[in-house]
Design a protein around this ligand. Sequence first.
Ligand code: NAD
Ligand code: TDX
Length: 328
Amino acid sequence: MRILVTGGAGFIGSHYVRSLLDGRYATGPVEVTVLDRLSYAGDRDNLPARHERLRFHQGDVRDLPLLAELLPGHDAVVHFAAESHVDRSVASAATFVSSNVLGTQTLLEAVLRAGVPRVVHVSTDEVYGSIAEGSWTEEWPLLPNSPYAASKAGSDLVARSYWVTHGLDVSITRCTNNYGPYQHPEKLIPRFVTNLLEGRRVPVYGDGRNVREWLHVDDHCRAIHLVLTEGRAGEVYNVGSGCELTNLALTERILGLCGADRSSIEYVTDRKGHDLRYSLDDTKIRQQLGFVPQVDFDSGLAETVAWYRDHPGWWKEARRRADADPAG
Ligand code: NAD
Ligand code: TDX
């Protein structure tokens, strides 16, 4: 099987590629092509330097001629490439619309022309907006609030249109907040852990009562591969964990794991348009495809904190790249 993975040098994409190469999904030996533009968020070192079944191409999903060269001969595409940080989309939204919406359309057009038989488009729960009570099913209307979420919703609708109009075999996954090793230190968990490792305080936006649902990146990647191999064309699959926490409750767990206390919390100005709560109903993927998350949150979080403690060079370099490429 030959799979082309876009955004495979980022947090989730690189975890997926490492898992494929390690033979973790019982699909037989897989050949992987990674296409990644290596934005501030992408790092070639997140992938093996050399591997006989890995080809790496630095390039952009908006580059149709490049895609026409790369795609023929692949059995599937898993599309992770996107601008992914909400705060950067608040500061400057144009790259989000360009990479996430136009990038997805360009990729799907190239897939169609090359005759690649299967695509998974990796999306997010944020396309549904914010929900005070209850949980979103896949039928919920799309009501995105941040420019990031709007660009992801746009990309989902483009994917749907390629299925309805052209019969392209594409499934969409919508996952909750991920955590784990190799996540960029701009996101809550790694930002707070790395600040604490340097003896600094952690910036909690607003009153810290916003709720997020947390899933380990390893579980997300298993769900994506399950959808790739067992999912149905034109269908959307929510991927959740049921592990909902307020940002304050999560912060307290991180403080405990880092040997700090509440005096390390700094309440800062709230994020503009800050979604109050995300919560997914993921009955469909559990009942239809048999998905069950496997990583217990407390042990996954402790291992994640240990990974950042052991890899200061990685997150300092990631921060340096982000500082050199500010949003806006
Ligand atoms: P990330 O920012 O860590 O990685 C994104 C990767 O995409 C980077 O390597 C970047 O260089 C690459 N990229 C960006 N624009 C590109 C372009 N135009 N062409 C080629 N490559 C490009 O993001 P992540 O957290 O790994 O998220 C991956 C995907 O999963 C995204 O589509 C995101 O919307 C989705 N998602 C993320 C989460 C989460 O909690 N992180 C949850 C649900 C869904
Ligand atoms: O410094 C911070 N302080 C803080 O209070 C940061 C970075 C975040 N927060 C809050 C904002 C959110 O309520 O923590 C929560 C999580 O924030 P992020 O890590 O930025 O994630 P979120 O905005 O929820 O979006 C994430 O989950 C869905 C990913 O970044 C998206 O790519 C994914 O689609």
